[in-house]
Design a protein around this ligand. Structure first.
Ligand code: CMC
Length: 444
């Protein structure tokens, strides 16, 4: 599912007497005044007073897929989908990608402010010394088949972390929350790299603590017999930028899953594991993998027209295009596109890039896509970088899960501290049968 929800830029203000909606229920002629809250929203519970009879349940709103429902107030990520704006804690994504690092952005998301040098040193140190996983984790990775999907392995190993850190269940304890956040961010690359090495039948590489966060990941992935794996600094930086781009995206499908599962007050590892499950789907993080499979199927530029006709006939989707929020362009796609070229300078050109560029041109020239405001999203290009890094397609969504972990952690922490949040439990509109008498099996 796409990253969802566009915030209003108006921000609203303190409700005044004119800051209300007047609703007339034409069924009864009754009038209601409903307060307009900050952010141009009304409280759904304010609708409950609207009833035909005194003993009615009251009015609800119906919103499958939450396309127009704010599930939380949040101060982490701002998106204006029409204008293509993405900010974390108020800082534009373009500036963060230009000047920051993934670990600093993770600090910003979690803590709300950019760190001082001392704060960043401590944060980096705490993460770096928690990159190892318990040796038993290797044992149960061994239990997976050689062709197990790494997202499945990641989901289960992250969930299993809760059994190694049972104190994390005490989510009211600030100290426990801090260390769970650190451990999640620290161990995710290790678990991801171990899953990759397992699929190749290669020995696991342990973390190297004097490498940067992305360089350490590349070392755990690719080190063979050399004593030390030195990643090309351009690839290290490209990966860091990709991870900044994927760190958070407000109430997207996986973040919503983390918040919904976390609202039951389960430990954060279990909640993060639910986030990984949601991210796995082809409409969400799985789209980068689907883009590459689609390019493989198209094969050559000669087949683009037929392929796009199939999309327009509703036979399939153009993966990597479209977004729930961004309706003009995805600012992340624009930044990534620049880095694709840089990566190819190191790795050599990939013919799939030519095909992707040609496909993009055709689609942007076609009314079907422009009328529906379908533009390339972040996943259209990220897969090309991952492929240039020689990652197997199955690893692409894992590469998204690693950085999204800081966003999940920040959103989970915000939820735990939010007095208005309760266990997430939507309502339904029941449309099935009622009050039937049981029929014995021989009478059906
Ligand atoms: N290819 C062809 N048609 C599309 C596509 C697409 N990729 N996306 C939307 N449409 C059509 C859709 O069929 C509908 O047409 P019509 O009005 O004739 O029924 C119209 O465009 C509106 O689409 P929608 O389904 O209402 O849009 P949505 O906001 O519910 O879905 C989306 C957003 C991202 C799930 C969807 O665009 C999609 O499936 N894209 C492909 C998957 C993808 O690239 N996902 C990655 C999203 S970005 C990263 C992330 O969130 O993880």
């Amino acid at each position: 599912m796409a990253d969802e929800q566009t915030q209003s830029e108006n921000g609203g203000g303190v409700a005044t007497s004119s800051n209300t909606l007047s609703i007339t229920d034409n069924r009864t002629g009754e009038q209601y005044e409903i307060e307009v809250q900050e952010g141009d929203v009304i409280k759904a519970m304010d609708l409950r007073q609207i009833k035909v009879h005194e003993d009615d349940f009251g009015m609800m709103s119906y919103d499958p897929a939450f396309t127009n429902t704010a599930s939380t107030k949040s101060a982490i990520t701002f998106i204006n989908g029409e204008a293509g704006v993405l900010e974390h804690r108020g800082y534009p994504i373009e500036q963060l990608c230009e000047q920051s690092t993934y670990l600093e952005v993770a600090y910003l998301l979690v803590n709300g402010e950019l760190p001082t040098k001392d704060q960043l040193d401590k944060w980096t140190h705490d993460i770096t010394i928690h990159t190892f996983v318990h040796e038993n984790v290797k044992e149960f990775l061994q239990g997976f088949r050689h062709d197990a999907h790494p997202m499945g392995m990641l989901q289960s190993t992250v969930g299993a972390l809760s059994t190694f850190y049972p104190d994390s269940k005490d989510i009211q304890d600030e100290n426990e929350r801090y260390w769970a956040t650190i451990r999640l961010i620290a161990k995710m690359p290790t678990l991801a790299a171990f899953a990759y090495r397992h699929s190749l039948g290669l020995p696991y590489n342990y973390p190297v603590n004097d490498l940067s966060y992305p360089a350490n990941f590349l070392s755990m992935m690719f080190k063979m017999t050399e004593l030390r794996y030195e990643a090309d600094p351009r690839l290290e930086r490209a990966l860091d930028v990709l991870w900044i781009l994927h760190a958070d995206h407000e109430q997207n499908c996986s973040t919503n899953a983390v918040r919904a599962v976390g609202s039951s007050q389960v430990d954060p590892y279990s909640a993060a594991s639910a986030g990984i499950a949601a991210l796995y789907g082809p409409l969400h993080g799985g789209a980068n993998e689907a883009v590459l499979r689609m390019l493989d199927r198209i094969g050559s530029e000669d087949n683009i027209k037929d392929f796009l006709q199939g999309v327009k006939d509703g036979k399939e989707k153009l993966m990597g295009f479209g977004h729930r929020v961004y309706k003009n362009y995805d600012p992340r796609a624009r930044i990534i596109k620049k880095h694709v070229e840089e990566v190819f300078e190191v790795t050599g050109k990939n013919p799939k890039l030519e095909l992707a560029t040609e496909l993009e041109k055709h689609a942007l020239d076609d009314e079907y896509f422009t009328d529906r405001k379908l533009y390339p999203n972040v996943d259209f290009y990220s897969g090309l970088i991952y492929e240039a890094l020689s990652l197997p397609t199955e690893m692409f969504t894992v590469m998204f899960a690693i950085p999204r972990t800081s966003g999940w952690a920040a959103q989970w922490l915000e939820m735990v501290n939010d007095k208005e949040q309760k266990i997430a439990r939507p309502r339904q509109v029941y449309v099935g049968e009622r009050e039937r008498d049981y029929v014995p099996i021989d009478k059906r």
